[in-house]
Unconditional design. Structure first.
Length: 271
C-alpha cells in the first residue's frame, strides 16, 4: 500500500512539473523586437557635432547613450550630440517595444576628425577639464537693455552676497555644476534671496562656434541660468580670457513670454 501511495505522489509531482514547464515555455513564446535602426549625420560646418535620429517604429521608450558626448544620454527621437576631442566614439540606442516583447539595442561608431575648434572653448573649461566662473561683482557686472550691450534699463552698482558666492563650473563631459552657496538671488520670486532654490540634479551645457549673435560663439545651458535667473538659455561669448568672460544673453521673462531685451554679464574665474 505504501508503495502505491509513493507511485501516486510521484505521478502528481511529475504532472505539476510538466504543467509548470509548459507555462514557462508559453511565457517565452514570441519574437524579440528587431534591432532599431538609426542615422548619424554630421552638422554642416561643425565637424564635432552630429544629429542622431531613431528610425524605429512601434516603441514606447528609447534611450541614447553617447560615449564621452555632450549630452551623455537622451530620450528624444532626434537629438544633437557633440564630441570635443578627436577620436572614435560609440553611440547606442536602446528601444523598448510597445507590444511588450522586450528591449533591443543597436550600436554604431562615429569618427571625430579633430578637437573642437577655437581657443575660447578651451578657456571656458580650463583646456577641457573643469573651470568655475562667478559674477565679477564690479559695477556694471549685470546690465540690461533693449539691444546687446545696452544698459538703458539697468546697470548693477554691485551684487548681493548670495550672488557673489554663486559658482558655475563647466566640466569636460558636458555637465555643469551650479553651487549657490546655500541660496540664490531670484528675480522671478521678487528679487529676493531664496534658500531652497531648486537646482536640477543634472545640468548640461554645449558649445557652438560662431552660431550666436553677430557670429559670436554660443554656450547653451539646459536646466539652470547663468548670472541672473531671468536670462538664457543661450549665452554668446563676447570676450573671454583665462580670468574674465563677458556674455550676451536674451532676457527670459518669468511669465514665459518672449524675450524683450539683452543682458550683458561679466564673470571672473573662480579659484
Amino acid at each position: 500500500m505504501k508503495d502505491m501511495k509513493k507511485i501516486i505522489w510521484s505521478i502528481v509531482i511529475l504532472t505539476m512539473t510538466i504543467s509548470c514547464a509548459k507555462n514557462i515555455d508559453y511565457g517565452l513564446e514570441g519574437d524579440l523586437p528587431s534591432k532599431p535602426d538609426f542615422t548619424i549625420e554630421e552638422v554642416d560646418g561643425d565637424p564635432n557635432s552630429f544629429v542622431v535620429t531613431d528610425l524605429s517604429s512601434g516603441s514606447f521608450t528609447r534611450l541614447w547613450e553617447f560615449q564621452n558626448g555632450i549630452p551623455q544620454t537622451s530620450k528624444l527621437v532626434s537629438d544633437t550630440v557633440q564630441f570635443t576631442k578627436k577620436g572614435t566614439y560609440g553611440i547606442k540606442l536602446h528601444v523598448s517595444s510597445s507590444d511588450g516583447s522586450g528591449t533591443a539595442v543597436s550600436s554604431k561608431e562615429v569618427i571625430v576628425e579633430q578637437d573642437i575648434a577655437g581657443c575660447q572653448f578651451a578657456m571656458l573649461n580650463e583646456d577641457c577639464s573643469t573651470k568655475c566662473w562667478r559674477l565679477s561683482g564690479e559695477p556694471g557686472s549685470v546690465v540690461i537693455g533693449p539691444t546687446p550691450f545696452s544698459s538703458e534699463w539697468y546697470s548693477s552698482p554691485d551684487i548681493t552676497d548670495n550672488q557673489a558666492d554663486d559658482r558655475w563650473c563647466f566640466n569636460e563631459d558636458g555637465t555643469l555644476e551650479y553651487n549657490n552657496g546655500g541660496a540664490s538671488f531670484s528675480a522671478c520670486q521678487g528679487y529676493i534671496d531664496v534658500d531652497d532654490f531648486p537646482i536640477p540634479a543634472e545640468i548640461n551645457w554645449s558649445f557652438s562656434a560662431g552660431s550666436g549673435e553677430q557670429g559670436l560663439d554660443r554656450i547653451s545651458i539646459d536646466g539652470i541660468f547663468m548670472g541672473v535667473e531671468d536670462s538664457g538659455p543661450t549665452y554668446d561669448v563676447f570676450e573671454i580670457s583665462e580670468t574674465k568672460m563677458v556674455l550676451l544673453a536674451p532676457n527670459k521673462p518669468c511669465d514665459g513670454t518672449g524675450s524683450t531685451g539683452w543682458f550683458t554679464l561679466t564673470f571672473f574665474s573662480a579659484e
